[in-house]
Design a binder for this molecule. Structure first.
Ligand code: GTP
Ligand code: MG
Length: 436
């Protein structure tokens, strides 16, 4: 049995104050653990662990071993089976690991039990991603968003006897009959409320700015995609900017907006955004919601895919999942395969996406086609139609809502009058109901 006193817990004595789950003063040795649940594919689990290794590296630590298990369902108390926990313990002892990282989110109880048995920090992918975000946040808003996400993750994981803060005295110290745990919870709650208020104020300010942009009638285009797909480099190329580009995950946390003129003279506002990933922690999605509003409110998305990446289709699916979560599932999207210069002779793994545009932000190849496609798309998606749908045809109303963006709905004696922005194909399908 390892001596639990020689290793800090993920939420132990150091966890609270520094905010980091992985130590930064030296490179921690980390064992990765993945589970393939019923119906899952072990090859997928292995690919996920490769990505987790990349996350660990970005967070400043080294993978020294990995274990995978197939299970029908997670074990409620230790996530993996008891036998596997013992196996992890012996691997950890062999390689003198500091921390064990699970690829899926652990419940607070699972985490507690695992740390007790393993005698070392046990954390999950979420904690690693939170760490990276914390390292990369530079703006006041980004820092507040990351801290909020961290505290919401930490709150249910606070433990008795493991102080969140060592500070004593002053406001917020323990009242009569109050345990240290209660004091810590209350302190975190207060901090959460303060951050929420701060973020609301920043978002309100931004909403005022974006309304004034709207009045200038420029189209808004947002660059979205998996982390490290080349979004920032493409923004730099298209707009001659100097946004930070790095071969690291989550280099960009703050949205950057630049003006861009399309070949036909149309002016658009192009915004680079935070990258997405599979199993993106919901705490982060929540905390970044106001920043991600630019995506939900955009007229068009450039969905950037790393053509040379390990599994473009899985990345596309993960990005679309997050887009749905942030209310941007219906925004028209141009699929753009980037880094085509790296494929040298190999086929581009387009799969079902034959219409995708191929570019290289490194060589500039394909960007003229991209600009032309953006102009086309904006023109077609900007057409506003008026439709008249009889009351009895509720399914047509639903079809309009699915097909486009409803701007206004009114009603008369016979039915609904709807103003909607539709693309050409949808307008053709609904032509029977179009009146103007
Ligand atoms: N060879 C090649 N490398 C590229 C291309 N586009 C981007 N890269 C490289 O890919 C890495 C990531 O690029 P970024 O532009 O920072 O990627 P991002 O999508 O903004 O990433 P995050 O902000 O971290 O989500 C950098 O090392 C870039 O130089 C490309 O077309 N070809
Ligand atoms: Mg970026």
């Amino acid at each position: 049995m390892a001596d639990s006193e020689t290793h800090r817990g993920g939420f132990g004595t150091h966890g609270g104050e520094s905010g980091a789950f992985i130590e930064r003063t030296f490179r921690e040795k980390i064992v990765l653990v993945g589970v393939t649940l019923a119906g899952g594919d072990p090859a997928r689990t292995d690919a996920d662990l490769d990505e987790l290794a990349q996350l660990i590296d970005t967070a400043g630590a080294d993978e020294v071993g990995r274990l995978a298990q197939r299970r029908n369902a997670p074990d409620p108390s230790t996530y993996i089976g008891k036998g596997k926990v013992d196996e992890i313990l012996s691997v950890c002892e062999q390689v003198d690991a500091d921390t064990v990282v699970f690829d899926d989110e652990l419940s607070p109880a699972q985490q507690f039990n695992l740390e007790k048995i393993l005698g070392r920090t046990a954390i999950d992918r979420t904690a690693v991603i939170l760490d990276i975000f914390a390292q990369n946040a530079s703006s006041q808003e980004g820092q507040a968003q990351v801290e909020l996400a961290q505290l919401r993750y930490r709150l249910p994981r606070l433990r008795r006897g493991r102080a969140f803060s060592q500070q004593a005295g002053g406001i917020g110290t323990r009242g009569p009959g109050e345990t240290q745990l209660e004091v810590d919870r209350r302190r975190i709650q207060r901090r959460i409320h303060k951050l929420e208020a701060q973020l609301r104020a920043i978002a309100k300010n931004r909403a005022v700015q974006s309304r004034s942009r709207r009045r200038s009638a420029q189209s808004a285009v947002a660059i979205v995609g998996y982390t490290n797909a080349g979004k920032s480099r493409l923004l730099n190329l298209l707009t001659d900017s100097g946004v930070l580009v790095q071969n690291r995950l989550f280099a960009t946390l703050d949205a950057a907006t630049r003006r861009l003129e399309l070949p036909g003279g149309e002016r658009v506002l192009l915004t680079d955004t935070v990258g997405f990933i599979q199993k993106l922690p919901h705490q982060l999605v929540e905390a970044f919601k106001s920043t991600l509003d630019v995506v939900a409110e955009a007229d068009l998305l450039l969905h950037i895919v790393d053509a040379a990446g390990p599994d473009p289709d899985a990345h596309i699916a993960a990005v679309r999942q997050v887009l749905k979560e942030i209310g941007a599932g219906e925004v028209p999207e141009l699929l753009v395969y980037n880094k085509c210069d790296l494929l040298a002779g190999r086929d581009i793994p387009l799969g079902a996406n034959r219409d995708a545009i191929l570019v290289s932000a490194a060589t500039g190849e394909g960007t003229d086609k991209l600009l032309a496609a953006m102009a086309d798309e904006l023109r077609s998606s900007a057409t506003i139609f008026e439709l008249h749908v009889p009351y009895a045809r509720g399914e047509v109303l639903a079809a309009v809502q699915r097909a486009g963006h409803v701007l206004a709905t009114d009603s008369d004696e016979t039915g609904y009058r709807i103003q909607a922005r539709l693309d050409d194909a949808s307008a053709a399908r609904l032509s029977e109901w179009v009146v103007g």
